[in-house]
Design a protein around this ligand. Structure first.
Ligand SMILES: Cc1ncc(COP(=O)(O)O)c(C=O)c1O
Length: 463
């Protein structure tokens, strides 16, 4: 029996990324308030937010300074746009700070309201740029299987997850996918991480050649893959693929929507993993998730091409109403001030070894095939047999069940395709809270193991 508020929800709301059919029975978890790394449901029950909402509330919940920044800006200038040369101080200040923080030479910043729109703008600007440069065939974009870049028609096409393609008539032509850099699943027996990385780089090169390098514009990467499974790339991966891209003049775009602003213990994931992208996309932790704001960095060659094209066409035909929204920018300015003043990124790097040690310690659990992360993010993969890595049938929903047990234990984590579970707590989490998180996760794993026995679940046959 659903509570009154859950019943109202079921009859009124469409929930993103939710099984709309089973949801009618299970209902929703209705949250009411949050503080620090804790959120509270409508019955007042606390949960440790082990996912930072959706990989975004890096500064935790109910940060008074962010609330104050929003209120101040609301009172002064609640809306102003950047169309037709209009501007406002919060957007200018934020663009200046972001230019300083970018790990690669950056000419300009363009704001959006989400990660999807940021990547969508990247794609459109690549097409626009190559038209300006007289290379109208150089338009194909390569993503990776299990990569996640958003849900617009273009970014869902770039995304490499079946759920975003099947029956959505996607991907549209011009979007390709390279192999997923997941050593645990993708490597051949005895293949080292470095050898696996080199093989993927060779495969990427073959793919670019087969497509014709004159038709390939860019390769998009998340430093650590998020929605595809919280997957850390193998050693040497970016060092191996970057020379390939350079050889064929294929631009590299880093989708830093999850990794940006400290997640890997550096300002951007690109710094932690030795990625030298031409441009970056960012969102989420920029405002600690408090208001929708994303954006992209634009390098000088891209800016020059945009200038030429804009001069030729008499304008720049792109932009959304809320691009550089003043209240969102004011919150981001305050968030970046807090990141710097409180050494949030450095402190995340200091806490990361403890977080990673606790994560790795789950590997001894009979259900855990892989437990791997970097900085303050990690993914675990549930298996039936650690030896041959066989899993339970997807329909059994083992990871979903584990996440439900975790919720029952007062912990929010997220299940992802392939019986994976992601952990990505607010960066302000303290050491004792990290311990609580992993203790609760282990209890959830134990309960899952018991449930598997009770249900009599059998592993899938070996592939
Ligand atoms: C790496 C990455 N890129 C893009 C997106 C899309 O961002 P949004 O949901 O804000 O559109 C996400 C969302 O989780 C993401 O993780």
């Amino acid at each position: 029996m659903l509570s009154n508020i859950a019943a109202r929800d079921v009859e009124t709301l469409i929930h993103p990324y939710t099984n709309l059919s089973t949801f009618r029975e299970t209902g929703s978890l209705v949250l009411e308030r949050g503080h620090g790394v804790w959120v509270y449901d409508s019955d007042g029950r606390p949960y440790l937010e082990g996912m930072s909402g959706l990989w975004c509330t890096a500064l935790g919940y109910s940060n008074e300074e962010l609330v104050e920044a929003a209120a101040e800006q609301m009172g002064r200038l609640p809306f102003a746009h950047l169309f037709s040369g209009r501007s406002h101080d919060p957007a200018i200040e934020l663009a200046e700070t972001l230019k300083e923080l970018m790990p690669v030479p950056t000419s300009k910043i363009f704001f959006t309201s989400s990660g999807s729109e940021a990547n969508d703008a990247q794609i459109k600007l690549l097409w626009y740029m190559n038209n300006a440069l007289g290379r109208p065939r150089k338009k194909k974009i390569i993503g990776r299987r299990k990569g996640y870049h958003g849900v617009t028609v273009a970014t869902a096409s770039l995304t490499g997850l079946p759920a975003n393609h099947t029956d959505w008539d996607l991907p549209i032509p011009g979007f390709l996918h390279a192999a997923c850099p997941h050593h645990y699943r993708g490597a051949e027996a005895g293949e080292s991480e470095e050898a696996f990385s080199q093989r993927l780089a060779d495969e990427l090169e073959a793919q670019i050649i087969a497509e014709d390098p004159e038709t390939v514009a860019a390769f998009f990467v998340e430093p650590v893959m998020g929605a595809g499974g919280a997957i850390v790339p193998p050693a040497g991966y970016f060092a191996a693929i970057q020379p390939v891209l350079e050889r064929y003049d294929v631009r590299l775009v880093a989708d830093e929507v999850i990794c940006g602003f400290g997640r890997l213990g550096t300002w951007f994931g690109s710094e932690a993993l030795g990625i030298r992208p031409h441009t970056l996309s960012f969102a989420k932790a920029l405002t600690s998730g408090y208001l929708p704001l994303g954006g992209i960095s634009i390098d000088e060659p891209l800016y020059r091409a945009m200038l030429d094209e804009s001069a030729k066409l008499g304008g720049f035909g792109h932009g959304t109403t809320y691009s550089g929204h003043p209240v969102a920018c004011a919150v981001a300015n305050r968030a970046l001030h807090i990141y710097r003043r409180d050494r949030i990124v450095e402190r995340a790097a200091e806490k990361a070894p403890h977080f990673q040690a606790r994560l790795s310690s789950l590997a001894d659990h009979p259900l855990v095939g892989e437990a791997r992360g970097i900085g303050m993010i990690g993914g675990i993969e549930l298996v039936a047999d650690k030896g041959d890595k066989r899993q339970y049938p997807p329909k059994a929903g083992v990871a979903a069940r584990c996440v439900a047990f975790a919720q029952d234990e007062g912990l929010i984590v997220r299940f992802l395709m392939g019986d994976r579970i992601a952990v990505c707590p607010p960066l302000v989490i303290e050491t004792d809270e990290i311990d609580t998180l992993f203790e609760r996760l282990r209890r959830a794993l134990d309960r899952t193991a018991t449930w598997i026995v009770q249900e009599g679940l059998e592993p899938m046959p070996a592939a």
